[in-house]
Design a protein around this ligand. Structure first.
Ligand code: PEP
Ligand code: MN
Length: 364
């Protein structure tokens, strides 16, 4: 894809981060206008978002206000002077948005997975000059994400951005959708000029983690953030847990540190070099310790084999997890991280012991 022109933040000539905020769904006229006014009053928001047609995972929930909601979004633009954006999932949505004066469109995660739908949107956009943002597909498939971006580009759209909103998985982790930052980094590497936004609201699924994820996005040089906000988040008709009030949003944005990608400052470079040397050294030590640990596992495997004992002894494993997690906690390590690390080490240790068990006995 031609990367040079793929910028959305350039549209509004904004220093990063470009901040898009607003409710998950436009619910009522009053909620939409109140949110927009409060957001505009913070002076920290560059565009207003609201879902008009909501793709709900299960039926029987609020599926969006539809065309009526689009009118409220257009009113929000009039009231605040801020550009507006919403999700489109088919050609009808695109036409309605263009008619209503929507400034930026985005394609949602459940639509990016479907090339038929993306192509339908692309066809509806032929000859139109409007920025389009493409959220990652729900499944971690980089080709699918790239394919959607390419379909939009081939329709002649000049201003294109990608949005990382995380990937769903059966295994439940700390996030509603696993961020898988490396996929976004890989996409940016493949399309260097592509503006990458982050949607920390859908990644985290709860408002407590939004600040931390936003900071990480900025540290990865992302161009902007899309954060859901609502005047009364707990009463929201969709995604209540992850929405923040406009004033909480302002505080969250104030707390973010915007770091530059590189600097010519000599002392910065020297300090970085020293810290990186330390990391290299520690990594060497970790690898060495792992190798030693596996060597001992091999010896244990041999001993168990000689004495006809099973490899896995659950009580021993439980004891390991218990003591290491407490130790990790005391040292300020995240419990989930310690558990993941132990699981990985234990898995490898069992492999090593299984190999020893299955080796033919060496005759002496
Ligand atoms: C949304 O932004 O409210 C939304 C439905 O997002 P996603 O497509 O990322 O689930
Ligand atoms: Mn939402």
């Amino acid at each position: 894809m031609n990367s040079a022109s793929t910028t959305i933040s350039g549209t509004f000539g904004k220093q990063r981060p470009f901040v898009i905020s607003g409710p998950c769904s436009a619910e009522t006229e009053a909620q939409m206008i109140t949110t927009a006014k409060l957001l505009a009053a913070t002076g920290k928001v560059d565009a207003i978002r609201a879902g008009i047609w909501k793709p709900r995972t299960r039926p029987g929930q609020f599926e969006g206000a539809g065309l009526e909601g689009l009118k409220w979004l257009a009113m929000a633009k009039q009231e605040t002077g801020l550009p507006i954006t919403t999700e489109v999932a088919n050609a009808g949505h695109v036409e309605a948005c263009l008619k209503a004066g929507v400034d930026i469109l985005w394609i949602g995660a459940r639509t990016t997975v479907n090339p038929f739908s993306v192509q339908e949107i692309a066809d509806a956009l032929k000859g139109v000059d409007i920025p389009v943002m493409v959220k990652n597909p729900v499944n971690p498939d980089l080709e699918l994400w790239m394919g959607a971006l390419e379909r939009i580009e081939r329709a002649g759209i000049k201003k294109i951005a990608a949005i990382l909103r995380g990937f769903s998985s059966f295994e439940k982790g700390p996030f509603r959708n696993a961020p898988m930052w490396d996929l976004a980094i890989e996409l940016k590497t493949r399309i260097p000029g592509l503006e990458m936004f982050c949607d920390p609201s859908h990644i985290s699924g709860n408002r407590e983690l939004i600040g931390m994820i936003s900071q990480k996005a900025l540290d990865l040089d992302m161009a902007g953030l899309m954060i859901e906000s609502h005047p009364n988040p707990d009463a929201a008709w969709s995604d209540a847990r992850q929405q923040v009030t406009p004033s909480a949003l302002a505080a969250l944005l104030d707390a973010l540190v915007v770091r530059s990608v590189s600097t010519d400052d000599r002392s910065f470079k020297d300090t970085l070099a020293v810290l990186r040397d330390q990391i290299d050294q520690i990594d060497d030590e970790i690898m060495q310790k792992m190798a030693n640990r596996m060597k001992i596992s091999r010896q244990i495997g041999q001993y168990k084999k000689d004495n006809n004992v099973t490899i896995l002894q659950v009580s021993r494993w439980e004891e390991i997890v218990h003591t290491r997690v407490s130790l990790g906690k005391a040292m300020g390590l995240d419990e989930g991280f310690t558990r993941d690390l132990l699981r990985l080490i234990h898995h490898e240790s069992i492999q090593v012991q299984t190999k020893v068990m299955n080796e033919a006995a060496v005759k002496v």
